[in-house]
Every structure is written in structure tokens, then in C-alpha cells.
Write a protein that binds this ligand. Structure first.
Ligand code: NOJ
Length: 564
């Protein structure tokens, strides 16, 4: 761990308030699994407020809060009943205001999740649509179509939903007869909005203003690349729908009927105007799994301002893969006027400590998913290896120019929970793909705060997803006592990162081996990572932090050191 006190270079950067997001360390909270203040087994807003001192000590610049809106939880809250309220199970608007005040008092910004592609099927507008006749204004806010076949009992197309099963659901008309079908790219409880409808557009502008007026500093935009659609008939069959490749929706030329169409940027230009009504301007970050060359358009200053880059999250623990991803993304960010974003873990993917603990240190789409599907039996997970590599990767990421997005629990080195009984699972991806897809519950298990107690300090009741016994050793309280813990590393790394921050530039330094990545920032802050299997000689300079123990002037395998 830290071997020498930091000697902070004089030219480290003061960040203006309008630019706070450019190189922020943003901590994602999945609210239902963070901290339960009222003993109902579900994390809540007051639970977050109570943990502001923890977030402050961790040293993050901002919190990104996954959906906390009223929801039946058909998709973990990404099925929103009302965009301008707090789920009563999680608290009230007054609780939300208190949380914002507490975060701001600690100097922490707040980014909230906005889910504009679809509402829940319990949203007032969807209820109105179901009660209204075919062709009505109420139906036009969503995507309704007549079915095919003589009686309209075949779906308008054979498209599959992202979560498995078909993407159309038939409704029963108010007179009790089987009726039209509505489109849902995700679960059937998540009907897609019709973004050609001006009322939909207006309503989201109002939502952005509603939360901005309450002090929210920015927005994370869910499936930002799906909103506009070309549904001219006849709809193509799924076999004709073009597929770009794993991890990417849409096509390089934007011609897919519902992913990443050019028209979507007209929406974000309107949103940008709203963001800029505020001082400092509100920020946006797009969740857009698009062709790399098209990501910059979401990130432009006339659009959302920033877009997630999920490339590192899908890479193996491999020097060459990391190097080329970093080069490409820094160039892209510079060209778009945005800053780069980096992510290893979030609420949708297998935790990176686990991915890297599989034999080849695989990324999201490799054997890691197959391993998870087989309930973790084959191949074997090496927990210690995974944690070592995860710490090394995170320390590298925290030295890169741009924003680092961290997911709750990664600061504890938490692994994916594999053995959740089917009866406790919640993810629609699990239920819609029986026997095929295990789903995302394993990274959403409530955090362990203490090494003992009903829910390891998460709350006073059994948590909504069961925690495994091994959570005990990963608990915050256990790690606070341990100087070399992952929590201690994150705290020290974030503290140093704050003081070392500098211009958004990186220069590669010659590394002694192909399996070593060594770079410097303009103020002399260096990061060196050994992705290989044998120790390498440490470059000259003062080591201010390392992701694991160093030996005799050497950098061991799976280790990163910061040097100034
Ligand atoms: C992306 C979110 O991150 C994921 O959790 C959700 O299921 C889908 N969008 C649908 O809203």
C-alpha cells in the first residue's frame, strides 16, 4: 500500500464548478441495496443520507443514483410509474431533499437516472392508453399497432425483447375483446414511449426541470440510444434486423429501426437547452451501447455532454487490450469535446473482481457469463487473483484522464453472488429466459456494512436479496480495521486522485515489457501496471500508492503503482 507520503506537484488542477463532471469519481448507488433505514429489507433514501459520512470519507465527487421512483420493480426500478416522485417504499420527496442537502454539504454532487425509453405499465399515461380507444391521443404516447393475421392475433412483428420473449404484448380493449399490441423492447411491464409525440417530449423536459430545481446536478440517461424509432410498415422480420456484434446495439450508419438513429440527437439538443438554464449547467451521461464511432455524438457539448464507454468493462485483463481501448477513447473524447468515461462494474454486469478471477481474467462477454450460467461450478473462481487484478485495474483507471464510474461494493472488492435461489431472484432477464440466463441479481445483493448481524448491517430485517456468509469478511467494518484492505486502497486512491488531478492528457512511457502499461499525466503523476505473470523492475520515482505489496524495487504481477 502507500509507502511514502505524497509529494503533490504544484501544478495540480483546481476544477471550476461548471467542469466538475469532467474528471469526477462518480459512485453508483443502487438504492434498494445500499442501506435500509426502516427495517423493511429494502434500501431507502434515508439510508443513503445516513451514509453520507461514508461517501465523504471514501472521497467520491458525485453519486449516481439508480431509479428511486415509484415502481413495481418489474425491472429493478427501471419501470417507472411516476417520474416526479419518490417510491413510498424508499421515502418521500422531503427525504430526497434532505439527502441532496446532506450530499451537497459534504461537497458531493448528485446525478439521477432518467428512464426515457419506456415507462412502467402502471404509469398514468399507460393506464389511460389502455382505457382509450385505438387511434386515440392517449395511445399515441406509446407504440400501439394492430396485430397481423385475420383476427390480429399475431404480433405486428416477430421481434424479441432484450430480456427474451417477444417484444409485443397484446392488450384487452375496454370492451373486453382482444385488441392491439404495444411494443416493449425490454420487459412487458415496460411499454416504449412514442418519441414522435410532442407531449412525451414536453413531459420529459418538465421532469428534467423538476429534479434540477430540487438541486440535482446531472442525469444518467437509460438506453439513450433507443428513443427514436422508424416503425414504417411492413416491419422487418427479426432475421432481417441487422446485428452489429456483441455488446453493441445499432449500426455504424444509424440505419437500424430502433437503435441509435440520428434523430435521437434532436431530443438531446432540447435537453441541453434545459441543462444550460441552470448554473452550473446540469450534466448528462448517456448509456448508449453503440458503435464506437457513433458514441461521440451523445457526448457532444450540444447533446448530453458525456457517454459511457463500456470498452474496458468488456476487455480481458490484458495490457494490449487496455492500451488500445485507452488510446481510442481518449482520442474520441477529445474529438467530441467531452471527457472520457471509464467503468468496470455496474448493476448490469458481473462484478469485475469475479470476472478477473476466472482463469483468463475474462471480460463481460467471455466465459464469465457461461460460468455464471452454470451457477459458478466451472471453471473455478480464484477470488484472491480476481481481487488483486481488480485493485490493479481500478488504480490504473483512477489515474486516467476523465471520469471514473464506480459501483457500490467494488470498494470492498465484492464478488458476484452466484448461488441465489431461483425463488429469491428478481431480474426479468432470469425469468424470461428459463434455464438460459441467470440474470443480474448477483451484483445487486445488499451491501455488508458490519461483519455480523441480521443483514450484515444493511438493515434490521432480512434483505430483499439474500447475502452469502462470505460477505462477513468483506464488510465495511472489517475492512476499516485493516490497513491493506480494498476499502483503504480506494480511500487513499481517491484522496490522492483529488490532489493530483491535472489536465486531461496522458503520455505513454516506454515500458520494460509488453505486459506492462506505464503512462504519465502532465504534472508527472505516473501509473504503471504489470499485467504479466512475473515481477518487473519498478520505474524510478517515489511510489505514493500501490494496489498490492511491492517487493525489492519490483512491481509484482497483477499490480499497479502510482509514482511521482
Ligand atoms: C439499462 C439499465 O442499466 C438496466 O438495468 C435496465 O434493465 C435497462 N436499461 C432497461 O431500462
Amino acid at each position: 500500500m502507500s509507502t511514502k507520503p505524497a509529494n503533490i506537484p504544484a501544478d495540480s488542477k483546481e476544477v471550476s464548478d461548471a467542469d466538475w463532471w469532467r474528471q469526477a469519481a462518480v459512485y453508483q448507488i443502487y438504492p434498494r441495496s445500499f442501506s435500509d433505514s426502516n427495517g423493511d429489507g429494502l434500501g431507502d433514501i434515508n439510508g443513503i443520507t445516513a451514509k453520507v459520512p461514508y461517501l465523504d470519507k471514501l472521497g467520491v465527487d458525485a453519486v449516481w443514483l439508480s431509479p428511486f421512483y415509484p415502481s413495481a420493480l418489474a425491472d429493478g426500478g427501471y419501470d417507472v410509474d411516476d417520474y416526479r416522485d419518490v417510491d413510498p417504499k424508499l421515502g418521500t420527496l422531503a427525504d430526497f431533499d434532505k439527502m441532496v442537502a446532506a450530499l451537497h454539504a459534504a461537497g458531493i454532487k448528485l446525478v439521477v437516472d432518467i428512464v426515457p425509453n419506456h415507462s412502467s405499465d402502471r404509469h398514468e399515461w399507460f393506464k389511460e392508453a389502455l382505457a382509450a380507444p385505438k387511434g386515440s391521443a392517449a395511445r399515441d404516447r406509446y407504440i400501439f399497432r394492430d396485430g397481423l393475421g385475420e383476427n390480429g392475433d399475431l404480433p405486428p412483428s416477430d421481434w424479441d425483447s432484450k430480456f427474451g420473449g417477444r417484444a409485443w404484448e397484446r392488450v384487452t380493449e375496454p370492451d373486453g375483446t382482444p385488441g392491439q399490441w404495444y411494443l416493449h423492447i425490454f420487459a412487458k411491464e415496460q411499454p416504449d414511449f412514442n418519441w414522435d409525440n410532442p407531449e412525451v417530449r414536453e413531459d420529459f423536459l418538465e421532469t428534467l426541470r423538476f429534479w434540477s430545481d430540487r438541486g440535482v446536478d446531472g442525469f444518467r440517461i437509460d438506453v439513450a440510444h433507443a428513443l427514436t424509432k422508424d416503425l414504417s410498415e411492413p416491419l422487418p422480420s427479426k432475421t432481417e434486423l441487422p446485428v452489429e456484434g456483441s455488446g453493441v446495439d445499432g449500426l455504424a450508419d444509424g440505419s437500424h429501426p430502433f437503435w441509435d438513429r440520428d434523430e435521437v440527437h434532436g431530443i438531446y439538443a432540447e435537453w441541453r437547452k434545459v441543462f444550460n438554464e441552470y448554473t452550473p449547467p446540469r450534466t448528462g451521461v448517456a448509456e448508449a451501447w453503440v458503435h464506437a464511432d457513433r458514441r461521440a455524438r451523445y457526448a457532444s457539448p450540444e447533446g448530453l455532454g458525456q457517454a459511457f464507454n463500456f470498452d474496458l468493462l468488456q476487455a480481458d485483463f490484458d495490457a494490449e487490450q487496455f492500451r488500445s481501448i485507452i488510446i481510442k477513447n481518449l482520442a474520441e473524447a477529445a474529438a467530441s469535446g467531452a471527457s472520457s468515461t471509464w467503468v468496470f462494474s455496474n448493476h448490469d454486469v458481473i462484478r469485475h473482481a469475479t470476472r478477473y478471477g476466472l482463469p483468463d481474467g475474462t471480460g463481460r462477454n467471455g466465459p464469465a457469463r457461461a460460468w455464471l450460467k452454470s451457477a459458478g461450478s466451472e471453471p473455478a473462481l480464484d477470488r484472491a487473483l480476481g481481487e488483486r487484478r481488480a485493485r490493479a485495474a481500478t488504480l490504473l483507471m483512477l489515474a486516467l484522464p476523465g471520469s471514473a464510474y464506480l459501483y457500490q461494493g467494488e470498494e470492498l472488492g465484492l464478488h458476484e453472488v452466484v448461488d441465489i435461489p431461483a425463488t429469491d431472484r428478481q431480474d426479468p432477464a432470469f425469468f424470461r429466459n428459463p434455464g438460459v440466463e441467470i440474470g443480474r441479481d448477483g451484483c445487486r445483493v445488499p451491501l455488508p456494512w458490519t461483519s455480523e448481524g441480521v443483514a450484515f448491517g444493511f438493515g434490521e430485517a432480512a434483505p430483499h436479496l439474500p447475502q452469502p456468509d462470505w460477505f462477513s469478511t468483506y464488510a465495511v467494518a472489517s475492512q476499516e480495521m485493516e490497513p491493506g484492505s480494498t476499502l483503504a486502497l480506494y480511500r487513499e486512491a481517491l484522496r490522492l486522485r483529488g490532489s493530483l488531478q491535472t489536465d486531461e492528457l496522458l503520455k505513454w512511457l516506454d515500458a520494460s515489457h509488453d505486459s506492462v502499461l506505464h503512462f504519465t499525466r502532465p504534472n508527472g503523476w505516473q501509473s504503471v501496471t504489470n499485467f504479466g505473470t512475473a515481477p518487473v523492475k519498478l520505474p524510478a520515482g517515489t511510489v505514493v500508492l500501490s494496489s498490492g505489496p511491492l517487493t525489492d524495487g519490483n512491481l509484482p504481477a497483477d499490480t499497479t503503482a502510482w509514482i511521482i
